[in-house]
Design a protein around this ligand. Structure first.
Ligand code: G3P
Ligand code: CA
Length: 299
């Protein structure tokens, strides 16, 4: 079946991708050696969110300690135009608030508890210090982890938040994570929305982009789709349990990176690595680290 961009799926429109030619794809080549297929990227999905409340500074910190190469940050935008780290468009699942993020100011969101839900849902991993954790802004994340960290940032629901891309690029520029002399591998921007990625590509063609895909059946990808993705992105991310080795190899033949999500079991990690993926998103970066270590010691 055709791939589906999840943001579009959510608004009930299913879209296939147009065609192009492989050689027209120069705009999206990786420009940093660490963004080649030679390095397997361990992406701490919402931080080490298997162990700590997702998208909190605590979860991101743990992701770094567990040797995640990238901190994954999903973005939402507040009523007063601030970018915050949160997966859902609503506050309900991961805070003690309720309703749409876009209807609350940052000050209001800062009063919420973004940790207690985790203790209730995952008693085996619960910790007292998680209660009362705050929702961080993107700026706070960057201020805490600095220029040495790497950020894998997703524009979530960009159709709901006009100006989200401009605001994101403004912040990245302000903190010198993009622009002249900024290593291109410090920030990857991902989205299910091709429109959002193409807009970013037009605003700053030097930022490496990852097109996210969602399959609700066995994944298949055409040459025309790959050619189109290559015109603006350096790689693809998709739900791992719909792909097979042939799919992975086809993406790799186009010199696109492939980062499936969200891979939490070691057995799946090993299988995907054997198929040739170039990294993956995981809630348990320590497990992926161990699997990579095993592999390095057996070759
Ligand atoms: O961004 C990769 C993966 O995180 C996409 O799914 O829903 O967890 O943001 P989601
Ligand atoms: Ca994400």
């Amino acid at each position: 079946m055709k791939p589906i961009f999840r943001n579009i799926l959510m608004s009930a429109a299913l879209i296939g991708i147009g065609s192009g030619i492989v050689d027209s794809a120069a705009a999206a080549e990786p420009v940093d050696p660490s963004l080649t297929a030679n390095q397997i990227l361990n992406v701490a999905h919402r931080g080490a969110s298997g162990y700590a409340p997702e998208h909190t500074l605590t979860s991101y910190e743990l992701g770094e300690k567990m040797k995640g190469d990238y901190i994954e940050v999903d973005l939402q935008m507040t009523k007063d135009g601030q970018l915050i780290a949160m997966h859902d468009e609503t506050l309900d699942r991961t805070t003690n608030g309720t309703g749409l993020v876009k209807e609350y100011t940052l000050d209001e969101i800062k009063k919420l508890d973004a940790g207690s839900w985790f203790n209730e849902k995952y008693p085996d991993y619960a910790k007292e210090e998680y209660a009362g954790l705050k929702v961080p802004t993107l700026e706070e994340v960057i201020q805490k982890f600095g220029k040495d960290a790497r950020y894998y940032i997703e524009t979530k629901s960009p159709e709901v938040y006009p100006g989200m891309e401009e605001k994101l690029l403004e912040i990245l520029e302000e903190y010198k994570l993009t622009g002249v002399n900024a290593p291109s591998s410090k920030v990857l921007i991902q989205s299910f929305s091709p429109e959002s990625l193409k807009k970013i590509h037009d605003l700053n063609p030097d930022i490496p982009l990852i097109q996210l895909l969602w399959y609700d059946e066995t994944a298949a990808i055409t040459d025309a789709e790959l050619e189109e993705y290559k015109t603006y992105s350096i790689g693809l991310g998709m739900n791992f349990n719909r792909i097979d080795e042939a799919y992975v190899q086809k993406v790799r033949e186009y010199n696109l990176l492939i980062h499936p999500y969200t891979v939490n079991e070691k057995e799946d990690m090993r299988k995907l690595l054997d198929w040739g993926v170039t990294g993956m998103f995981t809630n348990f970066p320590d497990r992926l680290q161990e699997v990579l270590h095993e592999k390095n010691n057996t070759h």
